[in-house]
Design a protein around this ligand. Structure first.
Ligand code: FPP
Length: 250
């Protein structure tokens, strides 16, 4: 079965014939890098570096599974309050990741985009992202990196833009609806996540995709992000397959 056919029917768990219906968008809260490093007596950045390798693995699992959208929570607006060395290290890792995998994204036909407050990032990183976004813009499968992102901040920025349009007379106050708010979010064309996976056992949403997660299913695994592998990926998909999604109906 080709990936295009899978898109219409569902998601195939890698190396199995287990078809997961309607898993079009997987979002992940990548947690536990610091604990992974501490357990090994390593600096926190070593955990983030190991976590980067997991990102690459998960991108490949999603590709094999025919999942069209993968959103990764890489850096929250709250993460700016971490020690400067860790912030600088994370930004450097993100830049290196984008440079290193540009070719692979092109080859595997994956569109890279980001959500979050782009203006908070350094001019260099912004330029790097813009370049790869433009080069991959025509691909259908997408990896969306949440960078300097928080759900409340995204909603506040959307509401500000709506207020500006109302002020300028291009949007009538009566036209401010759920659909109008959704249309002003950072990636309005991307469907809401079907499944949100969080690693390291924390039972929190941590300001991630607050608007979009209204009817998402959640799966929490105790495994730390750098250790998240194919077995955990399959387990998450299997857990999702067992859920009955009613979207508020009966
Ligand atoms: C949370 O773990 C993780 C982060 C704040 C950063 C996530 C970043 C990466 C996985 C690397 C780069 C990402 C991409 C997309 C290339 P934590 O530091 O809060 O862990 P702890 O709770 O164990 O301290």
């Amino acid at each position: 079965m080709t990936n295009d056919e899978l898109q219409m029917t569902g998601t195939l768990i890698p190396n199995s014939s287990f078809l997961i219906p309607n898993l079009n968008h997987l979002a992940m809260i990548m947690d536990g890098n610091g604990r992974w490093a501490r357990q090994r007596g390593l600096p926190r950045l070593a955990g983030h570096e190991a976590g980067t390798e997991t990102v690459r693995r998960v991108m490949n699992y999603c590709r094999d599974a025919g999942i069209r959208y993968l959103t990764l929570y890489a850096f929250s607006t709250e993460n700016w309050s971490r020690p400067q060395g860790e912030v600088d290290g994370l930004m450097a890792l993100l830049g290196a990741f984008i440079r290193k995998y540009e070719e692979e994204l092109m080859e595997k036909q994956v569109r890279l985009r980001t959500i979050g407050n782009r203006a908070d990032l350094s001019a260099g990183l912004q330029a790097e992202i813009a370049r790869v976004e433009a080069a991959t813009a025509h691909f259908e499968r997408q990896v969306i990196i949440a960078l300097s992102y928080s759900g409340r901040n995204e909603i506040a920025r959307a509401v500000r833009r709506i207020a500006e349009e109302v002020r300028d007379g291009t949007l009538a106050p009566e036209a401010v609806s759920e659909a109008a708010i959704a249309a002003h979010l950072d990636a309005p064309d991307v469907p809401d996540p079907d499944l949100i996976v969080r690693t390291s056992g924390e039972m929190r949403v941590s300001n991630f995709l607050l608007w979009q997660c209204a009817y998402s299913e959640f799966h929490i695994t105790p495994v730390l992000w750098p250790d998240f592998g194919e077995a955990e990926f399959k387990e998450a998909l299997e857990a999702f397959a067992k859920r009955s999604r009613r979207f508020g109906g009966v």
